[in-house]
Design a protein around this ligand. Structure first.
Ligand code: HEC
Length: 101
């Protein structure tokens, strides 16, 4: 039990600071579509062929990359392992397959 205390405190810290991190790591050569299905679709399930509804300030590749890498609050986890070409392709995919609010 004693050995688990630091781990427990670490988890509590992460929860209290309001950020969750997803350890998802794409396979080499995974397409944006596959990455989206594996990492995002459990929360962003497509409706009428659109994966999500972007607010106007989120409807560009840079903003989407920033959101994926850093997450937001409790609800949207950060994906620190999505980087470089994989996050760029993913952001492009999200932009092309989303509705705008
Ligand atoms: C555990 C559930 C969950 C997962 C997994 C998840 N998201 Fe999200 N995402 C959310 C929630 C909830 C929000 C709304 C958060 C808010 O604005 O407070 C959100 C917001 C977003 C937004 C901002 C939309 C807007 O216009 O405000 C983008 C872009 C986004 N997610 C992309 C992704 C991508 C890409 C992935 C996969 C790498 C992903 N999300 C995985 C739950 C999730």
């Amino acid at each position: 039990m004693k050995k688990k205390l630091p781990l427990l405190l670490g988890c509590m810290l992460i929860v209290l600071s309001g950020c969750s991190r997803d350890k998802y790591m794409p396979n080499a050569g995974a397409t944006p579509e596959v990455i989206f299905k594996e990492a995002c679709a459990k929360c962003h399930s497509p409706v009428n062929g659109k994966v999500m509804a972007l607010s106007p300030e989120m409807a560009n590749v840079d903003a989407i990359i920033e959101r994926v890498r850093n997450g937001k609050g409790f609800a949207m986890p950060a994906f620190p392992n999505l980087m470089g070409d994989s996050v760029e392709g993913l952001a492009q995919y999200v932009l092309e397959n989303s509705a705008t609010k």
